[in-house]
Design a protein around this ligand. Structure first.
Ligand code: NIG
Ligand code: FE
Length: 405
């Protein structure tokens, strides 16, 4: 088996330190990859020999970003909806129907190549693992198709048939006006068709949107998904205070995402469940919907496990950039640059219940993010400048940037 020595690392962020030093930074470091895994990390002066050698010439190296929340299987865009929001229109989830119509009309090949291009865009910015949800099909066939296509390109696939109640069930002309029938479809035939392609089930639990699902509807979706062998994620507390966080904690979900509006009781529940349920913050959504940013520093101080992700989707955040998310979390959510990097790597990996990614330690995957900068501080300091790229070592013999994910 061939091995590669990465040397010349000015600053290696391992995210494998002890609780007192979560970033685990090693200066003037080296790393050895063998078989796609990290085989050694330490000071460059002590590095063992390897078959190949890559010199990163003083750059900072981090674990590749883990983008644990995205909706990348869609056609069309909603730029006009964004412009209307910037002019004062609120977001209520109603625009999801526009993306559903465009996605249903697209061919498999169109969706496949749109997804592949979006993943390439993410890789070019340092992301090496991406979770991808369905949710713009909302029929048995269209949801299963989205998941099948997503599964071709990533391991982390989430069934989100309960994204919104589609128009044919929601009321109005041509509709049966029967939300309960849609929930039965999602928890019955749709789940049966989709579960074989997915690892996760998710639901948009949001009483502040007429399009999304109530606490009891969300509970039905999540428990049916769990019974079908899926692990749980929740969209919760995005548009106002609500039951999403408490439901996620009660059911042992791996992640509750958004957390824009949190009560003290929600923070306490998340802190008490920190080993099980991660609060995944999506600051690109607050940016793109003109919503208030949650106080991430307060969550960390309370003992909550925090992750960062893009939520890349055509409605609430059409950005694929984890560096942008990190910069927002630092500027607007009170995280230090190091805390934000940790949340975007080890934190997001925890939200996916993964120990092989989001850190660089012996046995973890050799998924790197290389910065054209000497330190992780530059990710938020040089906001908007494309300094991050991914480097996945070992897979298909790749040692060049942008290979994977
Ligand atoms: O995470 N809130 C629900 N789902 C997405 C938005 C999807 C859309 O508007 O297209 C989100 O924000
Ligand atoms: Fe989302």
């Amino acid at each position: 088996m061939s091995s590669t020595l990465v040397t010349g690392i000015g600053e290696l962020v391992t995210c494998a330190g002890d609780p007192a030093d979560p970033l685990g930074v090693i200066h003037d470091a080296a790393l050895v990859e063998e078989g796609g895994e990290v085989a050694w990390v330490g000071p460059a002066s002590q590095a063992p020999a390897a078959d190949e050698r890559v010199d990163v010439e003083g750059r900072a190296v981090l674990p590749g970003f883990v983008d644990s929340h995205s909706h990348l299987v869609f056609a069309g865009d909603r730029a006009a909806e964004f412009a209307a929001r910037m002019a004062g229109e609120p977001y209520d989830g109603g625009g999801i129907g526009v993306s559903v119509a465009a996605t249903r009309a697209a061919s498999d090949d169109e969706l496949r190549s749109l997804l592949a291009a979006r993943l390439t865009e993410m890789r070019a910015q340092g992301t090496t693992t991406v979770e991808v949800k369905s949710g713009y099909g909302l029929t048995v066939e269209d949801e299963a198709r989205a998941l099948r296509i997503a599964r071709e390109l990533t391991d982390e696939v989430t069934f989100l048939g309960a994204h919104v109640v589609p128009s044919e069930y929601a009321g109005g002309p041509g509709s049966c006006g029967d939300r309960a029938a849609y929930v039965s479809l999602v928890t019955g035939p749709m789940l049966e068709a989709c579960a074989p392609h997915a690892r996760w089930v998710d639901v948009f639990c949001e009483p502040h949107s007429a399009h999304a699902f109530t606490q009891e509807e969300a509970r039905a979706v999540l428990t049916a998904g769990r019974d079908a062998g899926l692990l749980l994620r929740v969209h919760g507390n995005q548009l106002g205070h609500g039951p999403g966080v408490q439901l996620a904690v009660e059911l042992g979900a791996a992640s509750v995402d958004h957390c824009t509006y949190l009560s003290d009781a929600d923070v306490d529940a998340l802190a008490g469940a920190a080993d099980t349920t991660v609060a995944t913050l999506l600051p690109g959504v607050e940016f793109s919907t003109r919503s208030p940013y949650p106080d991430a520093a307060k969550l960390l101080a309370a003992g909550v496990s925090v992750a960062l992700a893009t939520d890349c989707n055509p409605g609430t955040c059409y950005s694929s950039s984890m560096p942008f998310v990190i910069a927002l979390a630092v500027r607007e959510m009170g995280l230090t640059p190091g805390q934000a990097v940790h949340a975007a790597t080890a934190g997001s990996a925890k939200s996916l219940r993964r120990e092989d990614i989001g850190r660089l330690a012996v046995g973890s995957r050799a998924d790197l993010c290389v910065l054209d900068a000497p330190s992780h501080l530059h990710l938020s300091y040089r906001a908007g400048v494309p300094i991050a790229r991914s480097l996945r070592l070992g897979e298909r013999g790749a040692t060049s940037p942008d290979s994977g994910p």
